[in-house]
Structures are given as structure tokens and as C-alpha cells.
Ligand binder design. Structure first.
Ligand code: ADP
Ligand code: MG
Length: 749
């Protein structure tokens, strides 16, 4: 094992950096904009390839969410097949998002056999074909995907249906072949959502409908853009991850199986020098991420930002924001492409929220806003937010949504792995609150207190060097732009200039569920505000300014407890939040039941975003996943300690004992070391007995809810205690006997 470690480390130093080929045109590298989306079957491509009336039919049916007629579907299928085959596609797949956090696909070839019967006999001709019905719908065996008890195996039928709002694309496979991907939703025989996408699309429709109605109500009829017919939520996802040497990772069963290290001491140098964040990317990492970007750009994923994160070997990638449902697809693609390309560079990507104890974990910041179909950002405060009705009403709708449904949003980010991160002084605590910044707070305060605003609020202050607010005292610098909001990195839900940033989302999870819940809560909150406005309006033709102010004031007051601009990591905040009556759901078991709370469940059901059975099934899936994750960790821990750690400790003790025997006994310094290891090994052995018994007892608990409630005591707490002993051994047992790569090797190779 030692030799394997040494070899892996040597290999990693000797390995040449893999070259990345930028697409060329006329012997020159192409511009990124020239090959952006080259593997995407865009509406533009479709338009070019279809007769005009057929294309118009398609657009009409897509926009209206109507069932597509056979003729249109066949034409689209034919066009996309030819396009894809010209790009080397041999297969197609409905690409969907079961509730596993990742995606699923089953490939079918375009090959079909055509039979000709004639007097000469039976002749078979191979042809390539792809019909409209194959494009629209497929029937994968649904029995192996989580359904939370909604579907028993004997009614295993599930359907994937093309999500026409998300464009198809081809992805390269081996040997120059590729596969046509058809983004799809996944539903059961009864039409229940079995996936992440269906509910997301439903929530998008709900929020659009509510938001359009609110605009109609508050906009004066003369206002430009008063004909907004559709509003969508925008999402920009910052993805954090670790990249570590793949050979070394392969020597750590815990990392491979559970995604995190179950053992390991902090090396003397880790992140305390703060020298990694925004530092220069190591060349092999830059080469990996560049190749990832190349593939993603071709897939139409607008990747924009890349940088080192706080922890050693930790990085971040972020695309330009898009319509939420597309952004969710694209985040999943970023994760998949990262995973694959990393392998080509002999790296393993870790998406777990906390792969290394004592070192910063990874999150997924969801930047979220609302946009009209004219592209107007409804959360842009503009120069005078205090006079901007649109902005103010959407702002209070969000404040109200988060205030009322904080528990639900907390649930949306609950998982065994995210429990390690939330509240761990590096990520927002489990208490959901909103940061607005001092400018917006003043806007809301002035409305609440019915007074004029104390200072005017240019959206972006343009400050000449030497001006009053920012003076960097360097005369050669150009004007500096200052954002409206100051920064607060500790808030779970922060206003950042013209969008909110939901920071509690886990790095490993799909953004679909948390965004669905957010969309749903905001949609419902907008409806509530519409009702309040209508009531205020009474029989009048139009709302008066005073009507609007009364409603604004009411919601500003009501939602005040959810606003907090201070340090969310501090203990004072935990106390203060308690006084304010905010929920502090410290871990997943405490959060799961939120989904079933009537206040949240009824909200999710009233617009048909979830059905009752979908809520229960999802709740079940969350619980099952939690229990399985912890059982897998406990089992992995047990195996590694029994087959790797203890044997290494025994071998070490044997060599010490032999030495003591050989060297004249009791005065040998080896004795001290031996005496030091004995109690540790003994304690570890005992803890392993306890773990074994606990796992057996745990498996006998029949009720899932009870299992969730006791997983911490039976499983996690024991492995946490036992880990301490293993980590003590790591310090005593000679490096050459230690059976796995150490943190220092994993993080700095
Ligand atoms: P920071 O690290 O400072 O928070 P980044 O620039 O890394 O910011 O990421 C900000 C993310 O927010 C990007 O993905 C960006 O596209 C996204 N974003 C910007 N404006 C909006 C918006 N209106 N709606 C949704 N996301 C947005
Ligand atoms: Mg951010």
C-alpha cells in the first residue's frame, strides 16, 4: 500500500499535461463565440431545416404547451436525426432527471430493419429512422428509480416525454461517435412526477402566471412593456468542487464509496495562509478546466468564470445565468462533463459538500431573479428603488415567501452530506434569513416609517477617484463602479445588487428541487399580495399610490424578522433568531418533516405544482436516501477499520514488541510508543463492536421516520468517535505502514 501511494505521487509528478485542442478554422484558433452551441440543435437550426408552416406549428404548440401533432413531430424528428447523424450520432436518448441528484439515459440506435416480403422471399434492409413518437416519448423501466412508494414494481411503467423548452444536443461518445440527447421529463403511468424537472416546469408556470397578474395590477396602463405576457425565473449557479489525483483517490475506499474521507488528520499546512483563494491555477487544473469549458461551450453552456476556492485543491466554475429550467440542465451538464474530463487528466472531481474534515466544504450558490419576456430584470432596483413599484412589490413578495416558507427552503437543501457543511462556520447556518444591505434597508424603513428617504440611491455610484465614498488614492485609476449593495458572505439568502443568492444549496445536489420550492413559495406569495392589493382597491378603477403604500407597509412590517444583515456565523445571531421566532433546523432529520407541514404542503398543492402523493413520495425518497447514505458510510467505515486500519496497527505493534524483545526489554524507547498505541487500539476495537451491534439494531427498526431520527445516535456518532482514534493512530503508525493516502497527499498532489 505504501508503495502504491509513493508510485501514485511519482506518477502524478511525471505525467505530462494533457493538451487541449481549441477548434481551428483556416489554421487559426476559433473564437469562443464562433463555436458556442455548435453541438446544440437550436431553434434557429430547426427553423432552417423545417418548412416554414411546420416550424410555426412547432413553435405554437411548444409555447402553448399543447400536444404536438404527428406531422410536426415527425418533421422535427427527421430534421434532428439528419443534423445529429451529420455530427456522428448513432444513437438517441431521452435524458432525464430522476430523484437521484443526477441524470439518467438509455441509448437507442437509429438503426431499424425494414422487411420486404416478395416472391423471392424475405429481404431485410437496414435503414436509419427516428419517428416523431420516438422523439416525443419513451418508456424506460421505471422500477429501478426512486419513487418513494408511489409506484410498486408491478406497475413499473414510466414515461419520459420531451421537454420542448430545452434544446436537444449531441454529446461525443468514444471512437468519434456521438449520441443525440433529448431533454425530457419523467412521469409515471398515472402522470405523477418521478423526476426533478416536471415540478420545476410546473413551478415556473405558476410564478409566471402570478407575476404577470401582479404587473397588470400595479403597472399604470400607459407604462411601456405593459404587455408582458410571460415572466421567467433566471438562475446562475456557482459550482464548487475539489479536483484531486485520481490514482490517490482510488487508494481511498471511503472517498470512492461515500464521496468523503471518513478518516484523516489535518496537515500542518492547509488553508490557514489563505494563499489558494483566487490564486493562480495549477497548470494541470487549468488544462482540465479548459477542456471542460471547450466541451461545455459546444453544448451551449455559457461557462464564464473559473477560479481557485478557499481550500487547497478546491475550485469554482460559474456560467452566465439563464432561464432556470435550462440553467438546471446546464448545471448537471457541468457536473457530468467535469467528471468525465477530469478522468482524462487523471483527476477525480469531488462534489461532496464536505470531503475533508476541518477544511472548507463546497456549496452551490443559486443566483436567482425574475425576468420579463422583454428581458427586464424585475429585481433591478434602478436609480430610485423607492419609486420603482415593480421592484418593491417583487421584493416584498420574496421577503414574504422566504419568511413564511423558510422551513420549506431549509428542507430543500437538507441531505446527509450537506449536514456537514451548513452551520459549520464556513457556510450559512441552518437558520434561513435574508440580507438586503443598508441601502435597501433604508428604502424599506422609509416606507415603513412613512418618511422621506435619508439618502438617494444611485444604482451604481460612479465615483471619481478622490470622490467621497471610495478613495483609493491612486490618481491613475479610472472611475470605480460601486455596487448598490455591500457584500455579506455569511447570509444564506442575500440580495446581491439585482438578484438574490441562495447560498445554502449543497454542491452535490441538483438545483432543481430548491429552485422549485423557491419558485413555488414566491408564486404563492405574489398571489397573496395580489389579493391584498385587490382588497385595497375595492371598487375603484385603479390602485392609488396610497393603496400600494398600505400594502407595501403591511408586508414590510410582517416580514421584518426574516431580515438580518449582521454576521450569520455568530452565536449572537443564533440567540437573536430564537427571540425572533425563526426556525433553526440544525440537521436533516429536523428539516424533513417540513415538507409535510400543512402550511407548506398546501401551498405546493394549491397550484398543482405537487400532488399530495408526489409530496409524500418525495418525502419518502428524502428519508430513504438519508438512511442509505448513512448506512453506506457506517458500512464503509467498518470495513476499512477492520481490514486496513486495525491490521496496520497490529503490524506496527508486532514490530515494536519484537524490537523490545530484542533490545534489552523495559528501558527500550519503543516501549513508550507501544504503551501509547495499546489503549487507542483497544478503544477502537471496542467502538467497532459497538458499531457492528448498532448497525444490526438499526436495521431492525422498521419505521423509516424512526430510522432517520436514530441514525445520528446509532451510526454517525459512533463513527465520529471512532474516527478520533483512527486519526490518533495516523500520527503514531509509521507512514510506510499507513494503509491509505493522507490529507497532505490528497490535497497537495
Ligand atoms: P460572486 O462570486 O461574486 O457571487 P459570480 O460572478 O461568481 O459572483 O457569480 C454570479 C452569478 O450570478 C453568475 O452565474 C451570474 O450569471 C449570475 N447572475 C447575474 N445576474 C443574474 C440574474 N439577474 N439572475 C440570475 N443570476 C444572475
Ligand atoms: Mg456568489
Amino acid at each position: 500500500e505504501y508503495q502504491a501511494r509513493i508510485n501514485s505521487i511519482k506518477n502524478s509528478y511525471n505525467r505530462p499535461i494533457r493538451e487541449v485542442q481549441i477548434p481551428q478554422k483556416d489554421g487559426k484558433p476559433m473564437y469562443t463565440s464562433e463555436f458556442f452551441g455548435s453541438n446544440v440543435f437550436s431553434f434557429k437550426t430547426l427553423e432552417k431545416r423545417l418548412p416554414k408552416p411546420v416550424y410555426q406549428c412547432f413553435i405554437k404548440q411548444m409555447r402553448g404547451r399543447q400536444v404536438m401533432d404527428k406531422n410536426t413531430a415527425d418533421s422535427v424528428a427527421h430534421a434532428v436525426r439528419i443534423w445529429a447523424m451529420d455530427r456522428g450520432a448513432t444513437h438517441f436518448t431521452h435524458w432525464f432527471q430522476p430523484q437521484t441528484g443526477s441524470t439518467a439515459e438509455k441509448h437507442d440506435s437509429f438503426l431499424t430493419l425494414k422487411s420486404n416480403f416478395s416472391s423471392q422471399g424475405h429481404e431485410i434492409t437496414p435503414i436509419d429512422a427516428f419517428s416523431g413518437s420516438q422523439l416525443l416519448q419513451a418508456e424506460p423501466d421505471a422500477s429501478s428509480f426512486p419513487s418513494g412508494g408511489m409506484r410498486t414494481t408491478f406497475e413499473a411503467r414510466g414515461y419520459t416525454v420531451w421537454d420542448t423548452t430545452s434544446p436537444m444536443f449531441v454529446r461525443a461518445g468514444p471512437h468519434g461517435t456521438s449520441v443525440l440527447y433529448i431533454p425530457s421529463i419523467f412521469i409515471s403511468y398515472n402522470g405523477d412526477a418521478l423526476d426533478e424537472k416536471t415540478v420545476l416546469l410546473r413551478s415556473s408556470e405558476a410564478i409566471s402566471k402570478a407575476a404577470v397578474e401582479l404587473l397588470e395590477l400595479i403597472d399604470s396602463p400607459t407604462e411601456e412593456n405593459s404587455t408582458v405576457s410571460h415572466i421567467y425565473t433566471t438562475l446562475g449557479v456557482e459550482q464548487e468542487f475539489f479536483l484531486i489525483d485520481r490514482e490517490l483517490c482510488g487508494l481511498r475506499k471511503d472517498l470512492k464509496i461515500t464521496g468523503r474521507t471518513l478518516f484523516g488528520r489535518l496537515p500542518p499546512k492547509h488553508q490557514q495562509l489563505e494563499d489558494h483563494y483566487f490564486g493562480k491555477m495549477p497548470t494541470h487544473i487549468l488544462s482540465t478546466i479548459s477542456e471542460v469549458e471547450l466541451e461545455l461551450i459546444k453544448l451551449g453552456v455559457p461557462v464564464k468564470t473559473r477560479h481557485n476556492e478557499v481550500a487547497p485543491s478546491q475550485f469554482e466554475m460559474a456560467p452566465i445565468f439563464e432561464n432556470s429550467s435550462i440553467a438546471v440542465d446546464h448545471n448537471l451538464l457541468i457536473m457530468e462533463v467535469l467528471h468525465r474530463v477530469a478522468h482524462r487528466h487523471n483527476l477525480e472531481v469531488l462534489f461532496h459538500e464536505k470531503p475533508f474534515k476541518g477544511i472548507n466544504g463546497s456549496g452551490k450558490h443559486c443566483n436567482w431573479s425574475l425576468s420579463t419576456d422583454y428581458g427586464e430584470n424585475l429585481l433591478d432596483p434602478t436609480n430610485s428603488p423607492e419609486k420603482n413599484d415593480r421592484f418593491l412589490f417583487f421584493l416584498i413578495a420574496i421577503l414574504n415567501a422566504v419568511y413564511v416558507h423558510a422551513g420549506l427552503l431549509r428542507l430543500g437543501v437538507a441531505s446527509a452530506s450537506n449536514d456537514h457543511r451548513l452551520g459549520a462556520n464556513e457556510a450559512p447556518p441552518a437558520i434561513i434569513s435574508i440580507f438586503l444591505g443598508k441601502h435597501l434597508t433604508e428604502v424599506l424603513d422609509s416606507i415603513e416609517e412613512d418618511r422621506t428617504i435619508k439618502y438617494s440611491l444611485p444604482h451604481v455610484e460612479r465615483i471619481k477617484v478622490g470622490g467621497t465614498a471610495i478613495d483609493v488614492k491612486i490618481s491613475s485609476l479610472p472611475e470605480i463602479l460601486r455596487d448598490l449593495t455591500d457584500r455579506n458572505r455569511t447570509s444564506p439568502f442575500a440580495f446581491t445588487g439585482n438578484k438574490f443568492e441562495f447560498r445554502a444549496v449543497g454542491s452535490k445536489q441538483s438545483t432543481s428541487f430548491p429552485v422549485t420550492l423557491l419558485n413555488a413559495a414566491v408564486a404563492s406569495s405574489i398571489q397573496e399580495i395580489i389579493e391584498a392589493l385587490k382588497k385595497q382597491k375595492g371598487n375603484k378603477d385603479l390602485l392609488t399610490d396610497e393603496d400600494k403604500l398600505i400594502v407595501l407597509r403591511y408586508y414590510i412590517k410582517k416580514t421584518k424578522p426574516i431580515r438580518f444583515d449582521g454576521d450569520n456565523y455568530s452565536n449572537e445571531w443564533i440567540e437573536e433568531a430564537k427571540v425572533r421566532g425563526l426556525l433553526n433546523l440544525k440537521n436533516s432529520p429536523a428539516a424533513f418533516s417540513q415538507l409535510l407541514e400543512p402550511i407548506h404542503a398546501n401551498m405546493l398543492m394549491k397550484d398543482g405544482i405537487f400532488s399530495e402523493s408526489e409530496i409524500h413520495s418525495r418525502h419518502n425518497i428524502l428519508l430513504e436516501k438519508y438512511v442509505k447514505d448513512l448506512l453506506i458510510e457506517a458500512g464503509t467505515f467498518e470495513t476499512i477499520v477492520n481490514t486496513q486500519i486495525l491490521p496496520a496497527a497490529f503490524e506496527f505493534r508486532k514490530s515494536l514488541a519484537e524490537a523490545i524483545n530484542m533490545l534489552d526489554s523495559m528501558s527500550a524507547p519503543e516501549l513508550r510508543t507501544l504503551e501509547k498505541t495499546t489503549p487507542i487500539v483497544g478503544k477502537l476495537q471496542k467502538l467497532m463492536d459497538t458499531l457492528k451491534e448498532n448497525i444490526e439494531k438499526f436495521l431492525k427498526i422498521e419505521n423509516l421516520t424512526e430510522q432517520v431520527a436514530s441514525a445520528q445516535i446509532y451510526l454517525t456518532s459512533v463513527i465520529e468517535t471512532a474516527r478520533i482514534e483512527v486519526d490518533k493512530l495516523e500520527e503514531i503508525v509509521p507512514d510506510k505502514l499507513w494503509p491509505m493516502p493522507k490529507y497532505s497527499e490528497l490535497l497537495f498532489t
